[in-house]
Design a protein around this ligand. Structure first.
Ligand code: PLP
Length: 375
């Protein structure tokens, strides 16, 4: 139940990838037939990924993952003296990139969010200045699942002639995205969040956006990201996209049903609540707080029972700082430490949810009994 951290590679995805490790192993830049076979697979994968979000073939740049896509989008557009607008609840791939740029003389505005984690589009509008070059607001938050009003933000940015980037790593393939209708100029996605392999992602770059590459070399990916393409990974990504497109509604309904059951059961535990918005969230995302205990101990106890969960973001779960997302929605750092994220996937079952609902109350009760925070 930690699908927001990563997902297993779907059997059909693995099957699609395997020939590209050995049978069709050519370098997609080679002109001989071995290379051209790989190039064909690369092209059709690019087309499939583009179609999912109503983009065009040449607007998809394959990368090594969401983190690289975020770095390329943000560092790629800024020029000396520029101002960037983002939110306080972005993933570290965006926040740390912005902090790095601040150290190098760029100006960054970190917008606050409300108690559900929503960015107010009016705040975006008010923050835009003469030297603002881009706005980067995530589509769906990785911790609390909140779905941001990105179409409204996209409209404002287009009106004001400011580039709009969205980190859609958690939403890509899970909820509908139309880059044209939503006025998105750049969008980051990652294969391993949607039953694809790790180490492959993409950046959608609208035609006409001028981007400076961050990795220089042989000029692959339309000159925006050099390095021999990871053909097996990209083929796997495209297969995952194909499956996500075909099953989007069915998987979302399944995850919603399970999440509802989970929320209803978990909230029977005294002194607990759900973080984020009750409806406007990713279908499989739940994020709870339990008073007087530490999220880490819940995660360890659940792990001993065979359940994968997380507290805050998995990428930063080694850090002792409370989640920046939870403190940004107004939680005290003490309460934020008692958070538990359970994120459901397409293959989770009612039985598994039932198992968590059976085990969790006694874990919480036992931890509270020995917790120094209750005294
Ligand atoms: N952005 C968001 C919202 C994420 O959830 C993640 C991963 O957790 C990333 C970016 C980083 O993606 P990757 O692991 O592919 O680098």
């Amino acid at each position: 139940m930690d699908h927001a951290a990563t997902t297993p590679v779907d059997a059909k995805v693995l099957e699609a990838m395997i020939p590209f490790f050995n049978a069709v192993y050519g370098n997609a830049s080679s002109i001989h037939s071995f290379g051209q076979d790989a190039k064909e697979a690369l092209d059709s994968s690019r087309e499939k990924c583009a179609k999912l979000i109503n983009a065009d073939f040449e607007e998809i740049v394959f990368t090594s993952g969401g983190t690289e896509s975020d770095n390329l989008a943000i560092k790629g557009v800024v020029r000396k003296g520029n101002h960037i607008i983002t939110s306080k609840i972005e993933h570290h791939a965006v926040l740390h990139t912005c902090e790095f740029l601040e150290k190098h003389g760029f100006e960054v505005t970190y917008l606050p969010v409300d108690k559900y984690g929503f960015v107010n589009p009016r705040d975006v509008e008010k923050a835009i200045k003469k030297n603002t070059v881009m706005v980067s607001i995530m589509h769906a938050n990785n911790e609390i699942g909140t779905i941001e009003p990105i179409a409204e933000i996209g409209n404002i940015c287009r009106d004001k002639d400011v580039l709009f980037h969205t980190d859609a790593v958690q939403s890509f393939g899970k909820i509908p995205i139309d880059v044209k209708k939503m006025n998105i100029d750049m969008l980051s996605a990652s294969a391993h969040k949607l039953y694809g392999p790790k180490g492959v992602g993409l950046l959608y770059v609208r035609k006409g956006v001028r981007l400076t590459p961050q990795i220089h070399g042989g000029g692959h990916e339309f000159g925006l990201r050099s390095s021999t393409e990871n053909v097996p990974g990209i083929v796997g990504f495209a297969k995952a996209v194909e499956l996500a497109k075909k099953n989007m509604n069915r998987w979302a309904e399944h995850e919603k049903r399970l999440s509802k059951m989970l929320v209803k059961g978990v909230l029977k535990i005294p002194d607990s609540w759900l973080n984020g918005h009750p409806e406007k969230r990713l279908p499989g995302n739940t994020n709870f707080c339990f008073k007087h205990i530490e999220g880490e101990s819940m995660v360890i106890h659940l792990s001993m029972k065979g359940v994968a969960a997380s507290t805050g973001s998995a990428c930063s779960s080694k850090s002792l700082k409370p989640s920046h997302v939870l403190t940004s929605i107004g939680l005290s750092s003490k309460d934020a430490h008692g958070s538990l994220r359970l994120t459901l996937g397409k293959d989770n079952t009612k039985k598994e949810v039932g198992y968590v609902l059976k085990e969790l109350p006694s874990i919480v009760e036992n931890l509270r009994r020995i917790s120094p925070l209750t005294r």
